[in-house]
Design a protein around this ligand. Structure first.
Ligand code: CU
Length: 153
């Protein structure tokens, strides 16, 4: 009889663990993206501009940035920078409990076929589309051409 009790206790313990695990995860079983630190350096060229931002995923599931559009540009493309050379990407992963960072010298957005040249002090509206979270609208401020986010100038 004693021997029979051991497996039963072990099984009960396993069930309790499973229940506890799924319960504590329920709040983050979805991707939860937000955008911060967005800016566009005032472009030097009349037909092309760059944009930078940080995407944070507080959820427990990874998401994917699949497209970017803006009313000021005919097309917005997403680029990575690998070994100093930029490469166009069709999508970027946003890891669970992680960040996707677009910054000067690294990943960046390129606004092509500009309808007008954005000037410092203006805002550019863009729409980011995520595979799981859907569309997110961002008001991206236009900063000086030499703006550095770490100094704020
Ligand atoms: Cu580029």
């Amino acid at each position: 009889m004693r021997r029979a009790l051991l497996p039963a206790a072990a099984l009960a313990g396993a069930l309790a663990l499973t229940g506890c695990g799924s319960g504590s995860d329920s709040g983050s079983a979805e991707a939860e993206v937000s955008v911060s630190s967005s800016y566009m350096p005032q472009p030097v060229s009349a037909d092309m501009a760059a944009g930078f931002l940080t995407i944070t995923n507080k959820g427990g599931v990874k998401d994917e940035l699949t497209s970017v559009t803006s009313d000021v540009a005919g097309q917005v493309t997403m680029h990575s920078t690998v070994g100093g050379a930029m490469e166009e990407q069709n999508s970027f992963a946003v890891p669970a409990h992680g960040q996707l960072v677009f910054k000067s010298g690294g990943n960046h957005l390129m606004f092509e076929k500009l309808k007008h040249k954005p000037a410092q002090g203006q805002k550019v509206t863009l729409k980011l589309t995520f595979a799981k979270s859907g569309p997110v609208t961002v008001e991206m401020p236009v900063k000086s051409a030499t703006y550095n986010p770490s100094t704020g100038h």
